[in-house]
Design a protein around this ligand. Structure first.
Ligand code: CA
Length: 337
């Protein structure tokens, strides 16, 4: 029986290979652990920063409520651009960053939920009913250079979306249309909670949505309430549209806003008695305009941007007035649309 002689040099080579293999495995495992640790660390930091940003928003909301309370206490009958809330773009330093808050009057926009309000219906000579709120929206879209046929279709489609009935408006659509789409859905047939909902209506395009978005809003009521004291120059088309008169051009509305005092008009009758306005109102539109135009507001929203630890978070907070208090009724996370 013969014994095989093992070369000591080859033995050392095998041991080295085993050691290298173990080392390689250890390096792979430790790299994996480091990567997982980094990813967990970033995720946790992101989560903590998100919670911190929400608390910053809450503190900003508390401040907005105090400012509105002060303005409501100082003057209960007017909301205008000379008040504290209108000091746009307040910034506050925080640890490692800054909070910026912009407050907006939500009575300086067209409330889409008003399209379902039959209180704005009038009849023409033939007995056909027209909703004046819808007419305002169509006129507004025409000022945005949206062709009349498209404007009529979009206005009718939004009306069908918010009205409680299932009767199709002239150029609109009810559930039957939406249920036949590749991604079918049913209409709310009630109040909208976000303007973005109208992106789904028949006839809407990205271009139309982009153009009308700055002028429209959704409030938790179905009334049109336009505060002429807080309309900015950019909102001149909305003022022109509400007058429902071809002689009221965007240029005339712009001039009225430019000439307005910072304190605004003292009362609705003060605004309505102006020569330009008196000459625009017809018997049919007089009641409507008098009911829509106001110098006061019950709805506001705050746009808050929190920048800290290299992150930027945006939030929207909505307030409704209750006597001298501003009550928070909705928050949106993730920023403006
Ligand atoms: Ca409907």
């Amino acid at each position: 029986m013969s014994r095989t002689m093992i070369d000591p040099g080859r033995q050392r080579g095998s041991a080295l290979l085993v050691v290298l293999l173990i080392l390689a495995v250890m390096v792979i495992v430790s790299t994996n652990m480091t990567m997982r640790y980094n990813s967990e660390f970033l995720r946790t930091a992101n989560f903590v920063n998100g919670i911190q940003a929400k608390w910053y928003q809450h503190s900003s909301d508390a401040l907005v409520r105090r400012v509105l309370h002060q303005d409501f206490s100082d003057n209960a009958n007017s909301v205008n651009m000379s008040q504290y809330w209108a000091t746009s773009g307040r910034s506050y330093d925080i640890d490692g960053g800054v909070i910026s808050t912009y407050v907006h009057d939500d009575a300086a926009c067209f409330n889409l939920n008003a399209l379902a309000n039959h209180g704005y219906d009038i009849s023409d000579e033939t007995g056909t009913k027209y909703n004046l709120a819808r007419q305002v929206l169509v006129r507004l879209m025409q000022y945005m250079e949206i062709p009349p046929a498209e404007a009529e279709a979009v206005a009718d489609s939004i009306t069908d979306m918010v009205d409680t009935d299932t009767v199709i408006s002239r150029y609109g659509a009810e559930d039957a249309h939406y249920m036949s789409l590749p991604y079918p859905f049913v209409l709310p047939n009630g109040k909208l909670y976000s303007v973005s909902e109208i992106r789904a209506v028949k006839g809407m395009t990205a271009s139309i949505y982009r153009r009308i978005r700055p002028f429209v809003c959704v409030l938790q009521n179905n009334e049109l309430h336009l505060n002429v004291n807080t309309l900015t120059e950019a909102k001149a088309p909305l003022l022109a549209a509400v007058m429902l008169n071809d002689y009221m051009t965007v240029e005339v509305a712009l001039e009225m806003i430019r000439e307005r005092d910072r304190e605004g008009w003292t009362s609705t009758s003060n605004f309505l008695s102006q020569d330009q306005v008196v000459s625009m109102m017809t018997d049919k539109t007089k009641g409507f305009i008098s009911g829509v135009v106001a110098v006061n507001s019950n709805y506001f929203h705050a746009e808050t941007e929190v920048e800290f630890n290299g992150l930027t978070r945006s939030f929207l907070s909505y307030f409704v007035r209750n006597n001298k208090e501003a009550i928070l009724y909705k928050r949106e996370y993730g920023g403006a649309e």
